[in-house]
Design a protein around this ligand. Structure first.
Ligand code: ADP
Ligand code: ASP
Ligand code: MG
Length: 824
């Protein structure tokens, strides 16, 4: 009869309910033979090893032992009764008394040999296997044979350089004794434990039950090995660190091995060897979600899944660097180094050598760093003394981040994207290694950056949507329009571009609404009424959660206070997008500080909507400057309000009436003097000047205000009432202009060459581009070295919440494409 192996990890046998679930899975798997390999109950092995440490340190251990007893006894009580319970508990009581004796002896000696550790650590597997055997027997009521197999009586292993090796010749006959060829039924086998050649108890190493399962799979020539655990399968990243990770349906043995080696705890790396040798497929399945098909690990992976299959990370790594001019061109240095390490039994996790041969660096578990340093010092003592080797550097607190996938071989650009993403996330790469198989690219980084790095790299490889956390400050007209546009576009962006724009916080000066994992944009308005009081620090922390790779704050206010926060945000690595002109037109020192920050750190600061709303003004100017053009002059109409007023004002109706009408239509600020003073236009002129390389301050701009000085301090109503008193001079100007065949326009002009800028009412011939704009259009004209005879003109609607919001949205998408490390 054919065999299927099922292995249940500690999480699957954590308590009585779990064990009951396991029993029902096993009894439901059909009539074939099942080998059920079990781990210790969750946490049990740790607790047993903890007991040894306490005994060795001569600390009391009775409490922990009592805890173990209570837990097991209670679990047995929930699952069994009568004779079955008694038998299981009697065996357990004997084990506890043995453990007690061993611990007492260890505390007298004050030390524990690896053998005593292995003996005590292995009891957890015996207990869960006995309990499961009895539970299955109870369920089946004799309908099928259920036997308990103590793997120490079967499995013989010896220590190998790369971990335990099975002594097949000794193991096979022993197995045939407990499971003869005509066996039919269920064998419950202890995971993790085995015997050495002397017949003494040993283990397969931490998390070794997976390895046990595939060893028994090979011994029994099983059709399949099922590893049952608490996740749906092998995921593209550790779900506890990468919440966006998804299940990989099919991967190759090699891919699984690399992922496991670099920290994907879901499967033990050595599990693969026996399975590969016997071509047994391994399936990872979820004990608690039977509907999920899980992951199949087999010789070939599915090739439809992109180059990168998964990302994993190990912490607790130290990097050792051997450096010296005397090593250049000297053959055998690496050989000596790794020979010495091998002799000392140190396993090296990663090696990297520059082609100059000036240094070799390698990664080892942090716990062995001191020992390794001594080994290397000893091996190169002569060279150190003579100065051929200058330094043995040890960097602790590192981790290894690895991207894995068979399809990476021959797929150019994978490494590029990997490192670009790390760079964009501000993560420093200390060392790099790529195996010749190209199945794995690894980077050594600081362990404290690991979670952030995993998330950023994960999202950049399309394993999950590219996710950006967003906070919107100022949900007024423009902010509100932006939220509406985001709500409408989000499904499409997700589907088409795999882009997940998550608005996590919306805040006004008084209130803030926070959402986990996001705010439902269809309902934010209703919920905003009952939102909590605004606390800017909490708001920013909520957006900048370390569980998402990128955060952006969008400032839709016109507030000076908020603009002053940008520096802190950028320093923290939060991107900033804004239509608020304050930061760019305020003191130049602050502006330059912000620019410096965006160059030094990998953060972006985008502000297209500060000038011309959604029109591509800033971007156009940036492109000109960056491609080496020289800007000579920038002029234009930068105020939708003033554009409208002078489009309509032809002298037939008084100017004051037109202002009133524009205000009623919502084309002006509530106080029209904010527009008429020209200060808004002047701020835009400053922004453009600075962008073109001219370091102007707002005060240096010559501004012609259209507010009569006598009305500067009046109330709004009074101003509107009395504006008519000043209609005469305006009428005179428009008539004079008309007589000359020209029209009046309120324009800004930045003379980049001359270093000056002014804002004023000016006459233009009727065929001038500035004379031919409609309604609230903005127009900007760039005269440059390239565009000299025929200037470059950007023109179009330049005011209103929707177009301004669209400008911000465009910045947001630009940000996403820069962040995702793609050129596309
Ligand atoms: P068991 O007790 O069943 O052996 P483990 O705790 O040893 O379970 O392994 C399962 C855990 O491995 C999961 O709960 C998950 O947190 C972790 N893990 C790490 N990396 C991955 C990954 N790439 N895919 C799935 N799980 C992973
Ligand atoms: N119980 C052992 C451990 O915790 C083996 C395993 O669970 O795989 O390491
Ligand atoms: Mg495990």
């Amino acid at each position: 009869m054919g065999w299927i192996v099922h292995k249940f990890g500690g999480t699957s046998v954590a308590d009585a309910r779990c064990i009951d679930t396991v029993a029902s899975i096993v009894t439901g798997t059909g009539d074939g033979n099942s080998a059920v390999v079990v781990s210790a109950m969750r946490g049990m092995t740790d607790q047993l090893l903890g007991l040894i440490d306490r005994a060795v340190a001569r600390e009391p251990f009775a409490d922990t032992l009592a805890e173990i007893e209570a837990r097991y006894t209670a679990t047995v009580g929930e699952l069994l009764d009568g004779e079955r319970a008694e038998t299981v508990l009697a065996a357990f009581a004997k084990d506890i008394s043995d453990i007690h004796s061993v611990l007492k002896a260890l505390s007298l000696v004050g030390a524990a040999s690896p053998r005593s550790r292995a003996l005590v650590a292995g009891f957890g597997e015996l207990w869960s296997a006995r309990l499961l055997t009895a539970t299955l027997d109870r369920r089946l009521g004799g309908r099928r044979q259920v036997v308990f197999v103590d793997a120490r009586k079967v499995l013989v292993i010896e220590a190998g350089e790369m971990g335990p090796i099975v002594v097949w010749d000794e193991t096979r006959p022993k197995l045939a004794q407990v499971l003869p060829a005509d066996f039919a039924g269920i064998a419950v086998i202890t995971g993790f434990i085995a015997s050495d050649r002397e017949g003494l108890p040993t283990t397969l190493g931490r998390n070794g039950s997976d390895y046990s399962a595939s060893i028994f799979g090979a011994l029994l020539s099983a059709d399949e090995v099922n590893i049952w655990t608490d996740v749906d399968g092998v995921m593209s990243g550790d779900p506890r660190r990468v919440p966006e990770a998804t299940v990989i349906p099919r991967i190759s043995y090699n891919e699984a091995m690399e992922l496991a080696y670099f920290g994907a705890k879901v499967i033990h790396p050595q599990t693969m060897a026996p399975a590969i040798a016997h071509r047994i497929p391994i399936r990872i399945r979820n004990t608690f979600n039977l509907d999920h098909p899980g992951t199949t690990i087999a010789a070939r992976s599915a090739d439809d899944n992109g180059a990168v299959k998964g990302i994993s990370g190990v912490d607790g790594v130290a990097l050792i660097n051997l450096e010296g001019a005397g090593m250049i061109g000297v053959p055998g240095t690496a050989d000596r180094l790794f020979g010495a390490l091998r002799e000392a039994g140190v396993s090296v996790m990663l090696i990297s050598q520059g082609s100059s041969e000036h240094s070799i660096c390698f990664a080892v578990p942090e716990s062995s760093a001191d020992r390794v340093r001594k080994v290397v010092e000893r091996a190169f003592s002569v060279e150190l003394e003579q100065g051929q080797v200058q330094r043995i550097g040890v960097t602790r607190g590192c981790g290894i981040l690895a991207v894995v996938g068979d399809g990476m071989a021959g797929a150019p650009g994978t490494a590029g994207r990997f490192f670009r993403t790390l760079g964009h996330s501000g993560i420093n790469v200390i060392a790099i290694a790529q195996g010749a198989s190209e199945r794995n690219i690894s980077a050594v980084i600081s362990a404290k950056d690991m979670t952030r790095a995993l998330r950023a790299v994960h999202s950049s490889f399309y394993l999950s949507a590219k996710t950006v956390a967003i906070g919107v400050i100022g949900p007024g007209l423009v902010g509100g329009a932006l939220l509406a546009q985001l709500a409408e576009a989000s499904a499409r962006l997700r589907e088409k571009f795999n882009l997940d724009l998550r608005v996590r916080a919306i805040g006004s000066s008084r209130k803030m609404l926070l959402g986990e994992p996001r705010i439902d944009l269809a309902k934010w308005k209703e919920r905003f009424d009952d939102a909590e009081p605004m606390q800017l620090d909490a708001f920013v922390d909520h957006v900048d959660t370390d569980y998402l790779p990128h955060a952006v704050l969008i400032d839709c206010t016109a507030s000076q206070d908020i603009a002053e926060k940008y520096r802190g945000w950028l320093e923290r690595g939060i991107h900033v997008i804004t239509p608020n002109k304050r930061a760019h037109s305020g003191p130049i020192a602050y502006y330059e500080e912000l620019k410096r920050l965006t160059r030094a750190a990998n953060v972006y600061f985008l502000y297209e909507a500060t000038v011309g709303a959604g029109l591509p003004v800033i971007q156009t100017l940036k492109d000109l400057v960056e491609t080496g053009d020289e800007i000579e002059n920038i002029s234009g109409i930068f105020s939708g309000t003033l554009a409208y007023l002078f489009n309509v004002f032809d002298g037939k109706r008084p100017f004051s009436e037109i202002v009133r009408e524009a205000r009623a239509r919502g084309y002006t600020e509530p106080d029209p003097r904010d527009d008429l003073s020209g200060m808004d236009v002047a701020r835009k002129a400053v922004i453009l000047a600075r962008e073109a390389g001219l370091p102007l301050e707002l005060e240096q701009i010559e501004v012609e205000s259209l507010v009569p000085p006598a009305l500067a301090n009046a109330s709004v109503d009074e101003f509107l009432d009395r504006l008519a008193d000043f209609d005469a001079p305006m009428a005179a100007r428009v008539e004079a202009s008309a007589r000359a065949g020209t029209v009046l326009r309120y324009v800004a002009e930045v003379d980049v060459r001359g270093g000056t800028a002014r804002v004023r009412l000016q006459s233009f011939p009727k065929d001038h581009p500035f004379a031919n704009i409609s309604l609230t259009d903005n127009i900007v004209q760039f005269v440059t070295k390239r565009y000299c005879d025929n200037p470059l003109i950007v023109r179009g609607p330049g005011a209103g919440p929707d177009v301004t919001a669209a400008g911000i949205f465009a910045d947001l998408l630009r940000l996403c494409s820069m962040l995702s490390g793609n050129q596309d």
